[in-house]
Design a protein around this ligand. Structure first.
Ligand code: HPA
Length: 278
């Protein structure tokens, strides 16, 4: 397996997608664990399983379907990732973020990213939705930055700026929509770890001290790749469980999927509202 994905490989995948569709999506949407529902309401949907695309990894996690759903939501041409790839599945960072490279090369200028996360902020409750205002790149700090390897100069610079990973105007729009829809929208910093083990109580106290409000196993590499290609990003975490800083309760994947059922309708309303105005 090649460690790094080349521009030629990205463009092969782009061509394979474009052969199957006649529209030009404007917005990419990544749906996280247990949050797949929104893809079911895409209109005039074309489904492209990742297994049909060259160089694409295949999602192995329960609760992740693993395909592009391309069509319209609120009249906007969208490319939805119904299921994402995680680093802990054993793929390279290049493979994990290949779908975002593909969006970028297809001319998609905006990405809405969602995930399931543990609530590290003490006020967060399972079922809450958090607007991601910034991110802690803990994977990158331990040597797992998705931009390692030869830089793709055609896409972006060797040392891309990260001063605004999440677009401020989009954040304002999300706040406005949530208010209009009367949905409580938490806000905070998402810390990305590689997983797949959940955090120990000491991990969680460390994360809280470092300023994290939510913790999960995705998103951060995708956002770095999106920003490398100058895409505007909006992000939401669905709080599926309270991070347990004293070790008194356990965390399971089942509760993550269960909480998704409460979170999905709220996220869907916010995303639809944003799409109407984007
Ligand atoms: N930790 C990490 N990732 C998660 C969690 C968590 O508690 N909940 C959902 N994804």
């Amino acid at each position: 397996m090649e460690q790094y994905i080349s521009l030629a490989q990205i463009d092969e995948a782009v061509q394979a997608v474009q052969k199957r569709i006649s529209i030009k999506p404007k917005v990419g949407i990544i749906l996280g664990s247990g949050l797949n529902g929104l893809a079911d309401s895409v209109q005039n949907a074309v489904f492209i399983p990742y297994s049909d695309l060259p160089h694409f990894p295949v999602s192995t996690v329960h609760g992740h379907i693993g395909r592009f759903v391309i069509g319209q939501l609120e009249g906007v041409d969208v490319l939805v990732m119904q299921g994402r790839i995680h680093y802990y599945e054993g793929y390279t960072m290049g493979q994990v973020t290949l779908p975002v490279r593909v969006m970028n090369r297809m001319g998609i200028g905006s990405m809405i990213v969602t995930n399931a996360a543990g609530g590290v902020h003490p006020d967060f409750q399972p079922g809450d939705v958090m607007l991601i205002t910034d991110q802690l790149n803990l994977m990158g700090m331990s040597g797992l930055n998705p931009l390692m390897g030869p830089n793709l100069d055609e896409i972006g610079p060797r040392f891309p700026d990260m001063s605004q990973p999440y677009d401020r105007a989009y954040c304002d729009l999300a706040r406005k929509v949530a208010k209009a829809e009367k949905i409580k929208l938490q806000e905070g910093i998402y810390a990305g770890l590689s997983g797949p083990s959940f955090e120990s109580p000491a991990d969680l106290r460390f994360l809280r001290l470092a300023g994290a409000d939510a913790v999960g196993m995705s998103t951060v590499p995708e956002v770095i790749i999106a920003r490398h290609g100058n895409m505007r990003v909006l992000g939401f975490s669905g709080v599926s469980n309270k991070a347990n800083l004293d070790g008194s309760t356990i965390t399971t994947h089942e509760e993550v999927i269960e909480a998704g059922k409460v979170i999905t309708p709220k996220m869907e309303k916010i995303i639809r509202g944003v799409l109407r105005e984007i």
